[in-house]
Design a protein around this ligand. Structure first.
Ligand code: SAM
Length: 270
């Protein structure tokens, strides 16, 4: 087996407890919003295949299976895929699922023009060495007018870490390049992470043959810092209502760590 890179090493290590890390009231609230934002892009024809890219333990792919679609689960980490497969097996849905270990930069095991919808949630595009190559690969496997819904790391929010740690050289480099690395203490698991500026998104997607349909900031309300509030169902509902209004305001995106984008396949001029 080929030597695992830092990205695989990190994700392999956390795969067994990934679901637990992302299951508290904040993440439930966050996932509820994500699913609501996603729904308008679900293909009306359930016989059209969909793909969950950087699927992790398969949170979103499993929701798509439950909604009746045939789902291909793709991840760089074998351990993440193992978790996803075992969850899908417990659901009794293995016959509608396919599992592929692949880097988003090379999806050559998937046929061109296959999928009506591709999800890339939890920022896997940002973890590739070349997001441009990854996007071109995703465009290739989408069918005519197929849609990609992806989340991306928002550049502005990446500055906080360097400010908090008083790292002026790193802050300057980050502001200039938008490149950082996965901020784990284990140096052998630090891999490069790309971040994105809203102004550059249209061009970035267009260059890969994708037309930007929608941009949403996640989340405008800093609920990570007041998770306890989300235990109250009435408050949770009211906060979600406000969040949905705020999330589409460009002026509010500066507060968001992530951007969720939807983009449709167009033709790619070569
Ligand atoms: C933060 S997790 C998100 C998992 C899942 N999509 C979710 O939203 O719960 C990111 C996932 O992307 C995968 N990943 C990272 N870089 C990747 C790459 N270059 N190609 C494919 N998968 C990648 C990781 O192994 C990990 O499972």
């Amino acid at each position: 087996m080929a030597r695992r890179n830092a990205n695989q090493r990190y994700h392999d290590r956390v795969a067994g407890r990934y679901e637990e890390i992302y299951s508290d009231s904040y993440w439930q609230w966050h996932d509820g919003l994500t699913w609501d934002y996603l729904k308008p892009f679900l293909p009306s024809d359930q016989s059209r295949p969909v793909v969950d890219l950087g699927c992790g333990t398969g949170k979103w792919g499993r929701k798509l299976l439950k909604s009746g679609y045939r789902v291909t689960f793709v991840d760089l980490s074998v351990k993440m895929l193992d978790q996803a497969r075992s969850e899908v097996e417990q659901m009794g849905c293995l016959e509608k699922a396919d599992f592929r270990q692949a880097d988003l930069e090379d999806l050559s095991t998937l046929s061109p023009g296959t999928f009506a919808l591709a999800l890339a949630m939890g920022e896997p595009i940002c973890c590739t060495r070349s997001p441009v190559r990854a996007l071109r690969e995703i465009q290739r496997i989408l069918g005519t007018a197929g849609v990609l819904v992806a989340t991306l790391d928002h550049r502005l929010s990446g500055m906080d870490f360097y400010l908090e740690h008083r790292q002026i050289d790193e802050l300057e480099r980050f502001v200039k390049t938008g490149r950082t690395h996965w901020l784990t203490r284990r140096t052998e698991e630090q891999f490069e992470v790309h971040t994105f500026e809203v102004e550059a998104l249209g061009r970035f997607f267009a260059d890969a043959g994708l037309e930007l349909l929608e941009t949403i900031g996640k989340t405008v309300l800093p609920m990570r810092k007041c998770r306890d509030w989300l235990d109250d169902s009435d408050i949770r509902r009211r906060l979600a209502r406000m969040e949905k209004q705020l999330s589409r305001k460009p002026a509010a995106w500066g507060r968001c760590s992530h951007l969720q984008v939807a983009a449709r396949k167009t033709s790619l001029e070569t």
